[in-house]
Design a protein around this ligand. Structure first.
Ligand SMILES: Nc1ncnc2c1ncn2[C@@H]1O[C@H](COP(=O)(O)OP(=O)(O)OP(=O)(O)O)[C@@H](O)[C@H]1O
Length: 249
């Protein structure tokens, strides 16, 4: 089992109940320890794919396997899949709802049955990983947006996930917070799949990128190579910021 990839998506096709086909034969393997950027224009199917990774959406065809465990509707399997796939949503306030930072971070592991000193240690470990331990007793909504995003990452890390899935991690961050989060993410010993429209951030953090467009993976390779191809970017409505050029190796 230990040599199974963190994520193995095989030929996943999915249509919403209204008939709109959002995923069309998606196949993607992410090895343990890789950091991969998932790029694509609005409406490409990125969120739909993420919702398949932890079993929130299903019922189409194909399979999603996380560290050797295949997503199914079985309750015990889904519980374990949701521990393994830690999704950090774009808005941290979707993930923070308890009176203190520590309680928010403890929520997931407490549901797994951790208690007492073991639970405290797990909370401190996750808060240390994002540099937020000194804020453990604060009220989440008193924190800055950047701090709340780091705590949202900690709530997921506290589950010791197999793969961290980040939806637009750099959105709404000032340059310093953006840089701090990049430093944190780079130091985490975990597989990462990062959905982003921020192409420089993808380049900075992920050696590999995939492009999803109209429900299909249309490119998969070194981030540097993909971003240095203006025709490829234009074909998928992807744009580097004005004046940004991909640095030569
Ligand atoms: N609940 C739904 N019912 C029907 N169609 C939907 C639903 N949710 C999303 N879609 C459609 O599925 C396609 C993929 O949407 P999705 O949100 O996965 O794209 P995305 O790549 O995450 O876009 P964005 O970059 O804007 O977040 C779009 O055409 C969208 O309109």
């Amino acid at each position: 089992m230990s040599d199974a990839p963190s994520l193995d998506v095989r030929d996943v096709t999915y249509a919403y109940p209204d008939g709109h086909r959002a995923l069309d034969g998606v196949t993607l393997t992410v090895a343990r320890g890789e950091r991969v950027a998932l790029l694509g224009p609005n409406g490409a199917g990125k969120t739909t794919l993420v919702l398949h990774l932890n079993g929130i959406l299903g019922g189409g065809t194909g399979t999603v396997t996380v560290a050797g465990l295949t997503v199914s509707r079985d309750r015990a399997t889904l519980t374990e899949i949701r521990r393994r796939v830690g999704v950090v949503f774009q808005d941290p306030d979707d993930q923070l709802f308890l009176p203190t930072v520590a309680e928010d971070v403890a929520f997931g592991p407490a549901n797994l049955g951790l208690r007492g000193a073991e639970l405290d240690a797990r909370v401190d470990e996750a808060l240390d990983a994002v540099g937020m331990r000194e804020h453990r007793d604060r009220i989440p909504h008193h924190l800055s947006f950047g701090q709340r995003r780091r705590v949202a990452v900690a709530t997921v890390l506290a589950m010791r996930p197999e793969i961290l899935v980040l939806d637009e991690p750099s959105s709404n961050l000032d340059p310093a917070s953006r840089r701090e989060l990049a430093d944190i993410l780079r130091g985490l010993p975990v597989t990462v799949l990062m959905v982003t429209h921020d192409l420089p951030y993808a380049l900075e953090l992920c050696d590999r990128a995939v492009i999803l467009d109209a429900g299909r993976i249309t490119a998969d390779g070194p981030t540097r190579t993909l971003l240095a191809d203006p025709e490829l970017l234009a074909a998928h409505r992807l744009e580097l910021p004005y004046g940004f050029s991909v640095p030569a190796i």
